[in-house]
Design a protein around this ligand. Structure first.
Ligand code: M6R
Length: 615
């Protein structure tokens, strides 16, 4: 097998994953990375490597199953890949065929028994699953009354038992019959006792990696990109079987499907941390380049995107989490510089808000992964009403990219850290480019200055690091900003929550007197986004009001003011619209440093995963 140099590889990836629905459901949903290998090489070492690369998708337990000499061997346990591998020697399991899994569970279910792979009664099948089997309770009851014994509390185990029932009809038939019984969303890979693997997907990603001497079936191209840049992206409802080194893809009726082999086309710097302690730190540092890369767009696609946008009767912009904060900035930029009115809708609310679209409407969906379930739901809703779909996506092979009428790529390479950093500034840089195109170069003259400013704030991080040391024990942090700085206050608060586990709230500065002022007291920490622009005077008044109540004030500004207890300096910009891209970086550094000070792993925040592919 050829091992590709990960530093030089061309990648087209699907960096999406996981999910979380923190509901009152009593079962343990798993949202995870899955991998299968069937080829001429020893499977376990390849699988363990794949799981390490996809660990950001879920990281509370790990397992591997291999097929060797007519037997299926299973080893699994709780912990991260390196730890479980050390304890159980996963990488030394024998056989050229196998499957692997890293898991993310909701409440209470992180146990060895709940770790995947799951087997059925005869131990002739093992399964790894990503997603939610919604009808698992009724299936489990039915299977138990038919004499099946369950050993885990997961929804996933039903898949193994149903496969077992149909296994005597052959693998293909077993896969088809099993998929027919499942409701919900899933991607699963199973290894069978006669040495084949089968995979199926519905609303969860699954991609086949094609090498000269075997196949991978993975939830993410990162699972195999070290070995091949040839990928087949399975569509919803597709089933595949790899038997005797032969790949067969078919639909739910067993009809063969031919998908093209895609050469991954995304230039990847590297997916290793390199000299950095964490992916998050590396990604923060990469921003000096990625904001430039966001400007490299296919002319024809950019033209189409802008044409559709300016000719729309009504425009909605949607996204989740960080990508929703980009949507807020996009709305502002379109109004201010393009004189175009747009509405923003946080994707999880779209089913209540996107009710009056038609064929003259446009939905602009923003997403790093392009696989976020809430975002895809918004798109479906808009599409069903006849609207056109424009998207801003980092993973250009994602479901969102593939379903859009025009898709622009943020081009920032894979983002592994769960907290969005470089993908956010790349989204903003691209949004500024689009706005500039629409307003006929009204922003272009000062374009270079924000790139230099980004470089500057990254290399001058000392004041953010000092401020982090001062506020690391704060229990509440408020972030204030007006106009374009308000979405950055929201984004900064999100970074503090997910990286530093601190309660943080972004507030439109003018709203202070409408309530939040009551919270200001001696131990309160307030971060003020206060560049010397049109918002400066009003925001500095807020700083005085806060200081008068004894709170600590941190100012992020190009101008030093006595009112600040700590000043985080950013460069002055002639075009004030560019400040958001620059001022968010000290907030990322602050949150990252607070995580370190609290001994929290910034790459793998508790309870979260990189992308949320279930509702
Ligand atoms: O992949 P997406 O941009 O669609 O993801 C949306 C959110 O899940 C994501 O931005 C999330 O909020 C980040 N962890 C924030 O840092």
């Amino acid at each position: 097998m050829t091992v590709l140099n990960p530093y030089k590889i061309l990648l087209n990836g699907d960096y999406s994953t996981l999910i979380v629905v923190l509901s009152a459901a009593t079962f343990f949903r798993s949202m995870c990375s899955i991998i299968g290998y069937n080829g001429k090489n020893s499977a376990a070492p390849l699988i363990v490597d794949s799981l390490k690369r996809m660990e950001y998708r879920g990281y509370d337990s790990v397992g591997v199953a291999t097929f060797d000499s007519g037997n299926i061997l299973v080893r699994k346990g709780i912990g991260k890949v390196a730890e479980v591998n050390k304890n159980l020697n996963l990488g030394q399991m024998s056989g050229n065929i196998g499957i692997g899994h890293t898991r993310w569970a909701t409440h209470g279910g992180v146990t060895d028994k709940n770790a995947h792979p799951h087997s059925a009664c005869k131990k002739d099948i093992a399964v790894v699953h990503n997603g939610i089997i919604e009808n698992y309770k009724e299936l489990k009851e039915e299977l138990m009354s038919a004499g099946h014994t369950f050993v885990s509390e997961t929804d996933s185990e039903v898949i193994a038992h149903i496969l077992e029932i149909h296994y005597n009809k052959g693998i293909k038939e077993a896969m088809i019959e099993t998929c027919k019984r499942l409701r919900g969303n899933y991607a699963f890979v199973a290894v069978f006792q006669d040495g084949a693997i089968g995979g199926a997907r519905y609303e969860e990603p699954l991609v086949v990696g094609v090498t000269n001497d075997g196949y991978f079936v993975s939830s993410d191209v990162l699972g195999f990109l070290e070995y091949t840049d040839k990928a087949i992206f399975l569509e919803n409802g597709d089933i595949c079987v790899v038997d005797n080194s032969k790949l067969e893809i078919f639909d739910s009726q067993g009809r063969p499907i031919a998908h093209p082999i895609t050469q991954v086309a995304w230039e990847l710097g590297d997916i290793d941390k390199g000299k950095y302690a964490h992916h998050t730190l590396k990604e923060i540092n990469e921003q000096q380049l990625t904001v430039i890369h966001a400007g490299r767009q296919d002319e024809a696609v950019m033209n189409k995107f802008c044409d559709v946008l300016v000719n729309a009767k009504d425009i909605y912009i949607t996204g989740s989490g960080t990508s929703h904060h980009s949507a807020l900035i996009f709305k502002h930029m379109l109004a201010r510089f393009g004189k175009i009115r747009a509405e923003t809708v946080v994707s999880s609310e779209s089913k209540y808000a996107l009710a009056s679209m038609d064929s003259n409407s446009v939905l602009i969906a923003i997403s790093q992964s392009g696989e976020t379930a809430d975002v895809l739901d918004s798109v479906r809703l808009a599409r069903d009403q006849g609207a056109k779909i424009l998207s801003i996506v980092n993973v250009t092979t994602s479901s969102l990219a593939r379903t859009s009428d025009a898709c622009l790529s943020t081009n920032c390479g894979p983002e592994i850290g769960v907290a969005a950093t470089k993908s956010f500034t790349s989204q903003l840089a691209l949004i500024y480019n689009i706005t500039d195109r629409i307003c006929k170069n009204c922003l272009a003259t000062e374009k270079a200055e924000f790139v230099i400013a980004v470089e500057n704030v990254i290399s001058n991080s000392a004041s953010s690091i000092r401020a982090a040391a001062q506020i690391k024990d704060a229990s509440d942090v408020y972030l204030l900003g007006r106009s374009l700085h308000y979405p950055i206050a929201l984004e900064g608060a999100l970074k503090m929550k997910e990286l530093a586990y601190v309660h943080a709230e972004g507030i439109a500065a003018g709203e202070l007197k409408h309530g939040p002022l009551a919270l200001m007291e001696k131990n309160t920490v307030v971060i003020i986004l206060n560049p010397h622009d049109a918002t400066f005077n009003d925001t500095i008044s807020n700083a005085h009001e806060i200081k008068a109540r004894g709170a600590t004030v941190i100012g992020i500004s190009d101008r030093k003011e006595d009112i600040y207890d700590y000043w985080i300096e950013i460069p002055h910009l002639k075009e004030e619209a560019y400040y958001p891209i620059v001022e968010v970086i000290p907030l990322q550094i602050l949150a990252y440093q607070m995580a370190l000070a609290k001994n929290v792993d910034p790459d793998y925040p508790r309870n979260l995963a990189k992308s949320v592919t279930v509702r």
